[in-house]
Design a protein around this ligand. Structure first.
Ligand code: NAP
Length: 295
């Protein structure tokens, strides 16, 4: 068997077309333009690229955006003050603070100051808690994109044995909470593994779906998976640079050995990555509707 590629870029493009229509409708029917503010502290090159992509996507979809690039040595109270100003800005429906922040700043504290109704990254404790009890408001973008990839690639989720590798608040824990809900596109039996898991291969060998979010190349190899499984490779690991200085990226899964056994797999790059920004746009539209009381 050679695995089918789950091409996130194509799925994301399809969803963006749907969103364009929704945004146009919001404008004509209600005179609402969903607005996203991005906050970038410092000038980390990768973060600059990510923020630039978010701004560009807003423009492409017909959304409003404001970008705040502030110095790397900004004080916690200055960044918090900016977030609180954005909380009050009616043109802004979603606030995204690009992570990671410089080391001297406190990420948890900053996230806590974002209005939960503008927390389009879904990282505020209120939104993480709501997701856990099955009353999700904003779902973090990468795990939301993973669920969409599974649904739109016709993967059987209900009743499936899912193994998630990684327990971060950004990816691992929310995808666990999404897929175990008693809801469409979920209802799976989910096992969450981490570095203290005694025998990772024991779990992955039994999994119908593996979601690898460890941030380590070759965490999953061909001998660790069963025939016909579906694999979502979330990892983005830089393993070198091309002669032209371009970053060489690989996922957490050893694509070459796994592709002979899996039913379907996401490539890296071009798998989960393109979905993340699209889900951010989806969340921002939702925030705009919530603010206007539109169902
Ligand atoms: P993280 O905060 O570093 O968490 C990594 C998790 O993986 C931890 O829970 C860690 O366990 C676990 N882990 C590491 N090595 C392991 C191993 N060998 N076996 C089992 N568990 C292991 O990372 P993250 O923010 O969740 O991101 C994970 C990866 O996804 C990174 O490569 C990141 O770049 C990528 N990512 C991609 C996107 C995208 O849009 N494509 C978005 C977000 C993240 P412990 O808790 O025990 O340390």
């Amino acid at each position: 068997m050679t695995a089918t590629l789950i091409k996130g870029a194509e799925v994301a493009a399809q969803i963006r077309e749907e969103l364009k229509q929704e945004i146009a409708d919001l404008k004509t029917k209600y005179n609402i333009i969903p607005g996203l503010a991005t906050v970038l502290v410092g000038a980390d090159p990768a973060s600059q690229v990510y923020v630039g992509q978010k701004e560009k996507t807003c423009k492409e979809l017909g959304m409003y955006s404001e970008r705040y690039d502030i110095p790397a040595d900004s004080k916690q109270e200055d960044v918090v003050a900016l977030v609180e100003k954005l909380n009050k800005n009616p043109k802004i429906h979603g606030i995204l603070c690009q992570l990671p922040l410089p080391k001297h700043l406190n990420e948890e504290d900053l996230i806590y100051h974002i209005d939960p109704n503008k927390d389009v990254d879904g990282l505020h404790p209120v939104n993480q808690g709501k997701l856990m009890i099955g009353e999700a408001n904003f779902i973090p973008c990468t795990p939301r994109g993973i669920q969409q990839l599974l649904i739109r690639s016709n993967t059987q989720i209900e009743g499936a044995d899912v193994v998630v590798i990684g327990r971060s608040n950004l990816v691992g824990k929310p995808i666990l909470n999404i897929l175990l809900q008693k809801a469409p596109g979920a209802n799976a039996t989910v096992t969450l593994c981490h570095t203290k898991t005694k025998d990772l291969a024991f779990y992955t060998k039994h999994a119908d779906i593996i979601i690898a979010a460890a941030g380590k190349p070759k965490t999953v190899t061909g001998d660790m998976v069963k025939d016909g499984c579906t694999i979502i490779d979330v990892g983005v690991n830089e393993v070198g640079k091309t002669a032209e200085g371009k970053r060489i990226l690989v996922g957490d899964v050893d694509f070459e050995t796994v592709k002979e056994k899996a039913r379907a797999i996401t490539p890296v790059p071009g798998g989960v990555g393109p979905m993340t920004i699209t889900m951010l746009m989806m969340n921002t539209i939702k925030a705009a509707k919530l603010a206007a009381g539109i169902k």
